[in-house]
Design a protein around this ligand. Structure first.
Ligand code: TYM
Length: 335
């Protein structure tokens, strides 16, 4: 009798170790990664190869790469359930990227908003890697035949080009890649700066009061929320005319698991001061255990090393299978 073994759907995602992680990274991506672990085969990587598209201090990059991995684990990414690894430990990412870059058009890449933004920010270093960044990202995802990619809103354009590249390759060379879908959480997909809520919360914001770092202490977190910009009226409700309050409500909703409407109801009639204090306390309470686990992991270097070494071995095996298939399809002679 024929038996069908159903494989769980696969998830792939990652973060660049190009700065310290923020509340935006946490609510937009990490918090969802944790929830998905039981239902899916998850793979989460530290995208160090992407990070060097802008200049990095080598010693800092090494420290941050490990810190990012430890923050994944401190938030609850469980190495017993998910594959955790460092991108540069699996050479297949770069190998597939070459083949895919020969199947991606310059025109498509020049439309990417992240490329345009970063070229503006780093006008003295518009390197070829910055331009082909989305091809490497497509390789990350397609190498593992990922079905779903949990990310914040700002990465949607990159998932879209990944889908285009996969579909085009499948059409040209026959079915090879799973065409992935983005997975965007209900709230927190776009956390804005606390100081200029029309901009995304980002680790590269020159004003540190604009962002909350995942490893900020409780005092700092509460202080930053107290300083968050609001507006001149006194009504706690979401709306396009109230970007500061909307952002705070969204953050509270994402942390508490409530909807933005429920959050607005909970705070209706309160003053801005009390409201900001409550949001700050909720975020501080959520992140305090993360910081504690991070400190514990920092004392156990051997364990962290074991996790990323095993992770790279497992990832390499899956990646090799896809790469072999791709090399054959494009006409390379097998080894
Ligand atoms: P990166 O490192 O900029 O961000 C990591 C994740 O955090 C999300 N994020 C946010 N979500 C909500 N609000 C914010 N303010 C906010 N800031 C960041 C991002 O959407 C992302 O999910 N290109 C990717 C890294 C990458 C990748 C991949 C991701 C490389 N290869 C393959 C998924 C799959 C990036 O720069 O993310």
């Amino acid at each position: 009798m024929e038996q069908t073994i159903e494989r769980k759907k696969r998830i792939f995602s990652g973060m660049q170790p190009s700065g310290e992680l923020t509340l935006g990274n946490y609510l937009g991506a990490l918090k969802n990664w944790i929830k998905l672990q039981d239902e899916y085969d998850c793979m989460y990587a530290v995208m160090d190869m992407h990070a060097i598209t802008v200049r990095q201090d080598p010693a800092e990059l090494r420290r941050r790469s490990l810190d990012v991995l430890k923050q994944y684990m401190a938030c609850g990414v469980d190495p017993e359930k998910s594959i955790l690894f460092i991108q540069s430990h699996v050479p297949a990412h770069a190998e597939l990227a070459w083949v895919l870059s020969c199947n991606t058009q310059m025109g498509e890449l020049s439309r990417m908003t992240q490329f345009k933004d970063k070229s503006r920010k780093h006008a003295d270093n518009i390197n070829a890697g910055l331009f082909t960044y989305p091809v490497l990202m497509a390789s990350d995802i397609l190498l593992y035949q990922a079905d779903l990619v949990p990310v914040g809103n700002d990465q949607l354009q990159h998932i879209e080009i990944t889908r285009d590249v996969a579909e085009r390759f499948n059409h040209r060379y026959s079915d090879t890649f799973t065409v992935p879908e983005p997975f965007i959480g209900k709230s927190g997909a776009r956390v804005m700066s606390l100081q200029s809520p029309e901009n995304k919360m980002s680790k590269s914001d020159p004003n540190p009061n604009g962002f909350i770092l995942m490893l900020d202490t409780e005092d700092v977190i509460i202080k930053k929320f107290k300083r968050a910009v609001t507006d001149s009226d006194s009504e706690i409700r979401a709306g396009e005319d109230k970007p500061g309050i909307t952002n705070l409500l969204t953050i509270y909703a994402a942390v508490s698991g409530k909807t933005v409407d429920e959050a607005a109801k909970e705070f209706s009639g309160m003053g801005y001061g009390t409201f900001k204090q409550a949001v700050g306390e909720a975020v501080a309470a959520e992140l305090a255990p993360v910081r504690k686990r991070f400190d514990e992991l920092s004392k156990d270097k051997a364990y962290v090393e074991e996790v990323y070494t095993k992770g790279a071995e497992m990832a390499s095996r899956i990646a090799a299978k896809t790469l072999r298939k791709v090399y054959k399809k494009v006409g390379f002679i097998g080894r």
